[in-house]
Ligand binder design. Structure first.
Ligand SMILES: Nc1ncnc2c1ncn2[C@@H]1O[C@H](COP(=O)(O)OP(=O)(O)O)[C@@H](O)[C@H]1O
Ligand SMILES: [Mg+2]
Length: 239
């Protein structure tokens, strides 16, 4: 399937997956998490991944992020062939991906500002890291909370910090794994609005695994997965 063809002019990553399979374990314990999956996503598209628990959503996100490698098939993300890339190129690829998780995954012993800075601490960059982290915190509505500890923040605020952290490396691709799954519906809707806004402003491609109908319907496309395969894809009609 191919989604997002109408959005052309931008800097977001493209995705081309062709017969990608990823399994875990061997013999009778072998579990095929992603099974002969083919998919094209155009730069700047916002795609929801739906499917029951165990259908392969997180594994697909990990493949796109360069955290897992395909066992077979071809996976090209942001023009990088992730099956064949050297470790160094995979590391470079991971730096161009912003990751957001259900349970925020902030480092509790670090301030909000340092959590946002964490991905770029080991990296030489051309911008002022601290200034950019402050700008991003302001952009997600957390100006003035730079010195707070994550535990002093609400769940929605912690996810805003995680969004700022995902943006610090100027990602071409944002991957969010059930980003509203730990939040009440009103707060989840706010986080979804924030993600859609930042992706549109930066022309970033975004893939969101979700169980939430509202989240899925706010995306441009919905891909439904079952047993590691794509069962259906549909363009979402915007009102
Ligand atoms: N690291 C792993 N080791 C073993 N099995 C795994 C691993 N990651 C995923 N799986 C298995 O692959 C299948 C798909 O899992 P996952 O991608 O997490 O699905 P989802 O995110 O849709 O719930 C599940 O059966 C899961 O148990
Ligand atoms: Mg999952």
């Amino acid at each position: 399937m191919a989604v997002g063809a109408q959005r052309l002019e931008n800097a977001g990553a493209s995705v081309r997956a062709s017969h990608v399979t990823r399994s875990f374990g061997t013999g009778a314990a072998r579990m095929v998490a992603v099974n002969d999956l083919s998919l094209t996503i155009s730069p700047g598209a916002v795609v929801a991944l739906r499917g029951a628990s165990g259908s392969g959503k997180s594994t697909l996100l990990h493949l796109l992020a360069g955290i897992e490698r395909p066992d077979s098939g071809e996976l090209i993300v942001a023009e990088v062939d992730l099956g064949r890339a050297t470790r160094r190129h995979l590391t470079q690829h991971r730096r161009r991906v912003g990751l957001i998780f259900q349970r925020f995954h902030l480092i509790p012993a670090m301030s909000v500002l340092d959590n946002v800075l964490a991905p770029v601490i080991p990296v030489r960059v051309s911008f002022d890291k601290v200034a950019r982290a402050r700008e991003l915190l302001a952009a997600v509505g957390l100006a003035g909370r730079e010195s707070a500890a994550p535990t002093q923040l609400s769940g929605g605020q912690q996810q805003r910090v995680a969004v700022a952290r995902a943006l610090i490396g100027a990602p071409a691709l944002i991957l969010a794994d059930e980003p509203t799954g730990s939040l009440d519906s009103a707060t989840g809707a706010e986080i979804m609005d924030l993600l859609l806004r930042v992706a549109a402003e930066r022309s970033t491609t975004m893939v969101i695994a979700t169980h939430d109908e509202g989240v899925a319907n706010a995306c441009d496309y919905i891909i439904s997965m079952r047993d590691g395969q794509i069962m259906a894809d549909e363009a979402v009609r915007s009102a």
